[in-house]
Design a protein around this ligand. Sequence first.
Ligand SMILES: [Ca+2]
Ligand SMILES: [Ca+2]
Length: 434
Amino acid sequence: TDEACSSFTRLSFHSAVVGTELNVKLLLYTRKNLTCAQTVNSTAFGNLNVTKKTTFIVHGFRLTGSPPVWIGDLVDGLLFVEDMNVVVVDWNRGATTVIYTHAASKTKKVAVVLKEFIDQMLAKGASLDNIYMIGVSLGAHISGFVGEMYDGQLGRITGLDPAGPLFTGSPPQDRLDPSDAQFVDVIHSDIDALGYREPLGNIDFYPNGGSDQPGCPKTIFGGFQYFKCDHQRSVYLYLSSLTEDCTITAYPCDSYRDYRSGKCVSCLTPQKESCPLLGYYADHWKDYLKEKDPPMTKAFFDTAEEKPFCMYHYFVDILTWNKNIRRGDITIKLRDKAGNTTESKINHEPATFQKYHQVSLLARFNQDLDKVAAISLMFSTGSVVGPKYKLRILRMKLRSLAHPERPQLCRYDLVLTENVETVFQPILCPKLQM
Ligand SMILES: [Ca+2]
Ligand SMILES: [Ca+2]
């Protein structure tokens, strides 16, 4: 049959002002209809093949009535990586309102509609194991409500910056929690405003600490982006796991501060070689993460300002021989033979250099330069007046965390003068060095 394509409900800001009645529309995309959605419901399944995985995408609060800008990319990305059914849960009528509490009050009703549809899928032979829900903001809690109605037997829920306002502090049955599915992974990108601060899943990812995202406006002069940029970043980070070559590695850790101090960069998972990856493939660590008691892990990482968001982590080990203790920030630049450069400022808290004590600093670079031809170091105490301090370095060592098999780079006997960039060529570190 040649039906016209269905599309996501588009409303005007006028609708937001007067408010909208709840109406849930399910839009199905498969590899057979990549660009032309079919409206499906409990009696019309269209191209939906119940033997395949089905991913539901559930959006959140809509202030202006417009469709979420990322919907198309998320559908494309999912169908690119796997042959599945993708169902966009369009509850724009209901979510569109200037009054957030009105949208939030409809979340349980949306979940009931989804339950009815999934019940029909099960009756036709689908398995709960094959059901995956990706919920954004309020959509994360909706996904949790659906999961709870199936006693946590849904395959997986991904919460993308689950909504905080009205949900923070509520009991597990009134929000997303790890018991809502067989595996629950969460990205928190705006915990100081629209998002939820506390962990809600088997693994909770906190990009850049979870409060503010690089590249987002820091003041209200950034316009509307000021309100939603941090919140929406969770979606773009998830998307990057479907489309970008560089993967975002996260480091299980108790706090962002400990991560930045380099205390949490070995994952020590017995069966895995690397740390958990953010996004679509986070479930590769499911068995390991669920073994913990309670089965919850927080993971931290930093990102670049724009896609590809991934950063490359190195340790810079510095051994000094100053008589007095020196405290300060280090800026390190790498250059390869082709002249590409990348820079990392290690300034989240002053490093303390003490005679004959090795300090290991975590450096994060936007680019991964394979063959480093030159390194520059700059030391700064942050004081503008007074004498220029010197940092006497006995040995500096650079080692890649992502590629531990790469040769480590060393340099001996350097004197850094405060705020002066010192450029040098590294040499290979001797093997079996302590
Ligand atoms: Ca729950
Ligand atoms: Ca924020």
